[in-house]
Design a protein around this ligand. Structure first.
Ligand SMILES: C[S@@+](CC[C@H](N)C(=O)[O-])C[C@H]1O[C@@H](n2cnc3c(N)ncnc32)[C@H](O)[C@@H]1O
Length: 266
């Protein structure tokens, strides 16, 4: 499912970085020159590349993702930037093929909520971090606070007659509770666990732009949408437009979004 989304993430990588700027600043705050960084679920790798600028040539950054096509997008970005301190690895968040205590900082932006067992992933982060190291993770907050994507999930769900994502299947809102997110890290021996809610609105010039960008980034739901008959997809588009009209702003469209940013010390 995420493989099919790789071209969309490559196409819209710059937009993603602009939109995530505040979240990224919080995630990268503990980085110093010389730090060893592991990014998990990196997608096109924008966060890890920003990390590489901060840790400099005396540090190192591994960009990792479990999806080969996503990692290929990150590899192209690394080659374009020519940063020798960055490398890439195919890694599953829940089963990191890395030695114990081998990195200073683990970063993960909008990916931890997608795994079936996030507690296993948190335990893996704890295992690979050196004592005194940090994990910095972000996930989407509650569905009602994220109409920028919930509107699409609702419209697709209504059209196909089922909840999207289906109950029990990991999706954007699987870790939307700040207390649960904090408990995940505390349970795995992290200290100084903090969770902050950060406004991350979707801003763009028009509904047409929203329709151009959001389904292309939406992973599994974008794949579902692409497989529907054109008339069903058109009805979904119309339903989204009807919902989003309320978020029209002086400059186009500003649809609310909310991200939870968790930081924790090992
Ligand atoms: C919503 S995208 C976020 C991409 C990137 N972190 C960003 O913020 O630009 C989620 C990413 O998580 C990856 N992913 C999903 N499940 C994963 C897993 N079990 N292990 C590692 N990566 C995973 C997907 O391939 C995708 O690249």
């Amino acid at each position: 499912m995420w493989s099919a989304a790789a071209p969309g993430w490559e196409r819209h990588a710059r937009f993603v970085e602009r939109r995530e700027a505040t979240v990224s600043d919080l995630l990268l705050a503990s980085l110093r020159p010389g730090t060893t960084v592991l990014e998990l679920g990196c997608g096109p790798g924008g966060l890890g590349l920003a990390a590489a600028e901060r840790v400099g040539p005396s540090g190192s950054v591994v960009l990792s993702d479990v999806v080969h096509d996503m990692l290929a997008v990150a590899e192209r970005a690394v080659a374009e930037r020519g940063l020798p301190q960055v490398s890439t690895r195919l890694l599953d968040l829940e089963d990191l093929d890395l030695p114990d205590r081998s990195v200073d900082v683990v970063l993960c932006r909008e990916a931890l909520m997608l795994v079936p067992e996030p507690s296993r992933a948190a335990a893996e982060m704890a295992r690979v971090l050196r004592p005194g190291g940090h994990a910095a993770v972000s996930v989407w907050g509650p569905r009602p606070d994220n109409p920028w994507i919930a509107v699409l999930l609702d419209a697709v769900g209504d059209a196909v007659g089922m909840e999207v994502p289906p109950p029990g299947i990991p999706g954007p809102f699987s870790l939307d509770d700040a207390d649960r997110l904090a408990a995940l890290f505390r349970g795995d021996g992290f200290a100084d666990v903090q969770v902050r809610a950060v406004a991350t609105p979707w801003e763009g010039p028009s509904f047409d732009e929203w329709w151009n960008v959001v389904p292309a980034l939406a992973g599994p739901v974008g794949t579902m949408l692409a497989g529907l008959p054109p008339e069903t997809a058109e009805a979904i588009r119309a339903a989204c437009e009807q919902e989003l009209v309320r978020y029209e702003s002086a400059t186009g469209l500003e649809v609310p979004g909310l991200t939870l940013v968790a930081t924790a010390r090992r």
